[in-house]
Design a protein around this ligand. Structure first.
Ligand code: SF4
Length: 217
């Protein structure tokens, strides 16, 4: 498999929220913006500005850093990676001293009750570990609401979830498989709801949709 066929790192969050949503986007190439996705894109354009790379005190911040993991077969971009000066870290080309990488992912909304955002961040850390031959224990998610950082520990459990999800994503791609719709708490915010469950998007009866779905068996 060439790198061009690797899974998009950002898709891990979609897959964790709704496997069907991920498959619609990444297998069936469907995408529709709503105000949430537009808002998120604007926020990411801002944080992905590599001209904002900087060194402040003991921290070098690099933005829009391309990363890849040949183990997970994923590739993508980190919003920001802070390299924090630490004697037990790694050497960085062009800089004196040693540094430990600390990935930071920006999200427009609030923290979620499931691990979707944490898994995306953990996948970034796994990429960085492979590329830089180092070990990364923590990173952070910055939420637009309520405008603060939440530190994330990359536990073995979280790493296992990332490995399981990426394995399943590769299997879905190989089979060209899109799971059926199952209404979930994210449907009302989903920009794909008209493509996915037209009955919800057009405010028609969900009962009719379910009857049709069952009849198609
Ligand atoms: S509408 Fe719901 S089931 Fe369909 S893709 Fe969106 S979140 Fe998934």
């Amino acid at each position: 498999m060439s790198e061009i066929d690797y899974i998009q790192l950002s898709g891990i969050q979609h897959f964790s929220l709704c496997k069907r949503q991920w498959a619609l986007i990444h297998i069936e190439n469907k995408w529709t913006d709503n105000w949430r996705t537009i808002d998120g894109t604007i926020m990411h354009e801002r944080v992905h500005d590599s001209s904002l790379n900087e060194k402040r005190g003991d921290v070098i911040t690099m933005r829009a850093l391309r990363v890849v993991s040949h183990t997970l077969k994923v590739a993508g971009e980190c919003d920001a990676v802070e390299f924090i000066r630490n004697g037990s870290g790694i050497e960085l080309f062009g800089y004196a001293d040693k540094y430990i990488p600390f990935p930071v992912e920006y999200k427009r909304g609030k923290a979620k009750s499931i691990d979707a955002d944490k898994m995306q961040l953990c996948a970034q850390a796994i990429c960085l570990e492979e590329m830089l031959a180092c070990s990364i224990k923590n990173g952070a998610l910055f939420y637009g609401e309520p405008h603060r950082r939440v530190e994330v520990e990359f536990t073995q459990d979280l790493r296992n979830k990332v490995a399981d999800a990426t394995k399943e994503m590769h299997e879905f791609i190989k089979r060209g498989y899109t799971p059926r719709a199952t209404k979930c708490e994210y449907c009302n915010q989903c920009s794909l709801k008209d493509d996915c469950i037209p009955a919800i998007g057009k405010k028609q009866s969900i009962n009719n949709y379910i009857k049709k779905y069952l009849a198609e068996g």
